[in-house]
Design a protein around this ligand. Sequence first.
Ligand code: FAD
Ligand code: NAP
Length: 558
Amino acid sequence: MAYLDIPAEQSSPSHFDAVVVGAGFAGLYALHKLRDQLGLRVRVFEAGHGVGGTWFWNQYPGARCDVESLHYSYSFLAELQQEWNWSEKYASQPEILAYLNHVADRFDLRSDISFETRVTSAVWNEHDRVWEIGCGDGSAVTARYLICGSGNLSVPKDPQFDGMENFDGEVYLTGRWPHDGVNFEGKKVAVVGTGSSGIQVITEIAKKADHLTVFQRTPNYATPLRNVPADPERTAAIKANYPQVRENARKTRGGVPDYNPLPSALTVTPEERRRVFDECWDAGGFQLYVGSFQDILIDKSANATISEYIRERISERIDNPALAEKLIPTDYPYGTKRPPFETGYYEIFNQPNVTLVDVRETPIVSVTSGGVLTTDSEHEADILVLATGFDAITGPVLDMGIIGRDGETLNDKWAHGPRTYLGLSVHGFPNLFLVTGPQSPSVLYNMPLAIEDHVDFIADAIEYCRRNGVETIEARLAAEDAWVAHTVELSDATLLPETDAWWMTGGTNGKPRVCMLYIGGAAAYREICAKVVADGYDGFDVSAQRSASFAGTSSRRE
Ligand code: FAD
Ligand code: NAP
């Protein structure tokens, strides 16, 4: 029996209290929370054949997280935190996938997940107050709530260069990597894209391929990750104090507690600034970005100091000055694109088997049967790897065919960029919740914690509706407009709109470039959400009352 007040005709095997899309960090936790703690009848649909989301799809060599694994992991259960051991500071993709499989097994999640099932339509039925959800395999279900745990980086871009169909070799997307691996030994390989994924995969392929040609459009400010085996003492210290560590993490901007940036790069002496940058460079990972100075993303002159520092450190590592010039970014400020991290990336360009092609100088004309043709030459390839990024943030939800009240499509509503309240809810789309949706901190916040916060918010909202006999919950238009304006105002006060990056929208046809994230930091965002709840879901319309037949029975597992 479903937990909510479902009319008899809807109490069928194909009706659920909640449908969750995706079985990554978000979908797995949402299923556990809603099913095992709220007692809801939940169905998860996942396009892939296994759990893991990002870590299921991105099985390319070199894939690993760049937030320390002791932080980049669930916090919701003390025993889970204690029982799992990470072997490296920044776990590799296989280990993160093993962790998520462990979570799925530990909480018996698989039985409520339909794998290889893509949600292709979701239509709000105003009469019955349910979502009618259709899947690629022709199946259909209804649900009171639709929860999108479909990810921000789960729809890879698949650029169709002219002549792709003529290529005699193999083509792989980093975001859809074959699970049985790819053999690069003795092969000529071409990689397009030098973002985080490209930098990781290029570094590994360079160790194996006979020849590697890297097609770079925009050089990146990649800085050292400095991965090391897990330090047992640090692990023990964090495990002994995990609740406090997590609480501290949630009070920071990015959900990791180890950063203490100084206020300004401009109010210290050049020597002191250099000392801070050197320390952060040596520490690795996000230290430079989050742990150096607070004004590097706000003040152009402050940013110039760090951008110049990174350029200098990169150039030290490349033997050929002309090549160094191509690899070093000069035309956008550091950090306005999401920083990638590297382990020996720049050194591979000193190897005789690696060639860099700057496609801004010599654009790709076409793919031929034997390789990639640019305006100045043909580069032979047996394997073409596309590390060309994602239809980020809005892509996965817009791919789902969501139609809200009065037949309005989400695609129409978001035609000029996403519009949400808190990144969680959309006016005109009742009982739809987004996990780490646009205009929330999402990818600027250690994602497992960002996900837990959102799922907890959603579960509390559903519980509030149940307790108060409320049938639908939905962002009010005024609240949504104010939230969008607030997020734009915050990002406009930074350097982010200067640069074309996957977290921005607009920037063409005279449209301003705006950030699709809430950049005020996790701590501020959490306070705003807590106040919304304390004020009785301020900004949400929770006025639609259920009929007197409201049951509210529960099948709680814990
Ligand atoms: P995902 O893991 O993307 O899962 C979404 C799932 O939804 C996918 O499995 C997808 O198949 C499924 N799906 C989507 N649409 C549909 C549909 N219509 N029907 C059915 N199923 C659907 N973040 C960090 O904080 N730190 C990191 O170090 C970090 N490293 C990353 C490395 C890579 C290579 C990438 C691509 C991203 C990284 N991220 C990182 C971001 C990462 O996406 C999140 O940390 C997190 O894994 C997102 O979890 P999720 O469940 O929200 O989404
Ligand atoms: P990305 O940062 O968007 O990089 C895509 C790359 O492909 C860019 O260099 C882009 O160039 C290039 N590109 C795209 N289309 C092209 C074309 N037609 N011709 C030539 N070049 C083209 O994507 P990503 O590398 O997959 O990373 C996305 C995000 O996922 C990251 O920022 C990060 O949040 C996450 N991630 C994290 C890790 C990690 O270490 N934990 C690893 C991988 C991914 P332009 O810059 O010119 O557009």
